[in-house]
Design a protein around this ligand. Structure first.
Ligand SMILES: Cc1cc2nc3c(=O)[nH]c(=O)nc-3n(C[C@H](O)[C@H](O)[C@H](O)COP(=O)(O)OP(=O)(O)OC[C@H]3O[C@@H](n4cnc5c(N)ncnc54)[C@H](O)[C@@H]3O)c2cc1C
Length: 409
């Protein structure tokens, strides 16, 4: 790409060297973990540097690439006999346009983090709050299914931030806010409960992109409908005295004089909540959290009397992994493990990560499989020559802006 790469482990200056391995090598028990590194395009992060570079590369070839905005691919066009993918149907400006693909189609439509039905079916979650795009609706999955593709890794996804990947509850259709850490929400007279009024995990324990330790295995969280952080007045004052990284915090707080009343207003089980707070206080007295092993120095007894507070959380999602299975040549496989001719995939649609995600692996596979898929398609020799595709004007809306009013020629 014409840049000198920066090794996160050896050269990155924004975090002290002793912490870098901890960040990059998320599964240190895996063989070969010490070789895992992030390759950065400069000595910085969270500044979209890679995106800006890639965008510029597309602009540099603007006369050779069409870029269409607000153009939704809806179907693949497949030859019914040879099974070759001949093109794709795209909806733009109210029209359905059949675009010919002489050498191949590469599906890169991302995940299904905004498709409620798929989230419920594949991830068994009533709802997930997206941290990234709100437009990925799993279209690539439906398109690949329609031409007989085999699916993989449907159950795996990554999340990030506070309390093993939770965000503050956000209305459906909105992006949720990433809060990486907020010590006052997991140290003190504060705990997280779910629908039965009970705690679910070690609030301050380690997590790996939303995977928590479950009897020897790191798994994605099982999600609930009513995850709430609960705390007492003393904790509220500690929170208020500190830094509040969420501007709607006070607006979203539920306050009640008693735990019973708090349970009623949140919908969590009242007996469960009362028992849980009593248990938590007993752990503090005895000097050990028998439930989840939270560090006793992180725990403080809840006051006998109210007021008590609750704030609703939501399980968040960075990105999903599920989608059509691909082989090392980025070819999408059918249900008999044969490549579907002229069909490829890259990125988070059918990502290669089955379970344990070493940080940085998502973007690495976007770049690596993107390159492989591009090269494979470019080298196809049995070109499709189908006269039935629609004629349209060459358009690069990235370069020219979205002034296009008509696409058909
Ligand atoms: C906050 C955040 C931080 C992250 N940090 C890291 C990190 O540090 N390291 C790392 O490796 N990964 C990270 N990830 C994950 C990584 O960003 C994603 O895995 C990666 O961006 C996926 O790229 P993609 O091109 O496959 O999908 P996307 O970037 O989601 O792009 C898919 C595109 O397809 C479009 N699309 C969807 N459906 C259609 C359709 N029917 N027709 C046409 N277009 C369609 C979408 O609008 C979107 O533009 C992070 C993710 C988030 C949200």
């Amino acid at each position: 790409m014409g840049v000198k790469s920066v090794s996160f482990i050896n050269d990155f200056s924004k975090i002290p060297k002793e912490y870098r391995a901890e960040v990059a090598q998320e599964y240190p028990e895996l063989k070969g973990h010490e070789e895992h590194d992030y390759t950065l395009v400069h000595n910085g992060w969270f500044d979209a540097a890679l995106w800006k570079l890639l965008r510029q590369k597309v602009l540099d070839c603007k006369n050779k690439i069409d870029v269409w905005y607000e153009a939704r691919a809806s179907h693949l066009i497949q030859d019914p006999v040879s099974k070759v993918i001949k093109g794709v149907q795209i909806e733009k400006l109210g029209q359905k346009i059949n675009v010919l693909a002489r050498r191949g189609v590469i599906l890169t439509t991302g995940g299904f983090e905004n498709n409620k039905e798929m989230i419920q079916n594949y991830l068994a979650a009533p709802k997930l709050a997206p941290l990234g795009t709100i437009y990925n609706k799993g279209d690539g999955i439906s398109m690949a299914q329609e031409v007989g593709a085999k699916m993989w890794h449907m159950y795996n996804y990554e999340s990030l931030g506070l309390l093993h990947g939770l965000s503050f509850d956000t209305p459906e259709g909105e992006r949720s806010k990433l809060v990486l850490s907020w010590p006052e929400l997991n140290h003190g007279s504060v705990l997280m409960v779910v629908d039965d009024g009970k705690r679910y995990f070690n609030e301050a324990g380690p997590n790996r992109h939303g995977h928590i330790f479950d009897h020897g295995i790191w798994r994605v969280l099982r999600s609930h409908e009513k995850p709430y952080i609960i705390f007492d007045q003393k904790q509220y004052e500690t929170i208020e005295a500190g830094q509040i990284p969420y501007d709607k915090f006070n607006e979203k707080l539920i306050k009640a004089d008693t735990l019973e009343e708090l349970a009623k207003r949140t919908g969590v089980d009242a007996n469960g909540l009362k028992e849980q707070v009593e248990m938590f206080n007993r752990f503090v007295e005895n000097g050990h959290d028998d439930q989840f092993g939270l560090d006793i120095k992180s725990m403080a007894k809840f006051a006998e009397d109210g007021p008590f507070y609750a704030i609703k959380m939501a399980y968040n999602v960075l990105n999903t992994q599920g989608g059509p299975e691909r082989n090392t040549k980025a070819e999408i496989l059918d249900v008999n493990n044969n490549p579907i001719p002229h069909l490829y995939a890259a990125g988070e649609l059918g990502g290669i990560n089955a379970k344990q995600y070493q940080g940085g692996g998502n973007l690495a596979e976007c770049l690596i499989f993107g390159k492989i898929a591009g090269e494979q398609a470019a080298n196809v020799t049995d070109e499709v020559t189908d006269k039935a595709s629609d004629k349209y004007n060459g358009i690069n809306e990235l370069a020219d802006g979205d002034k296009v009013k008509d696409i058909a020629r």
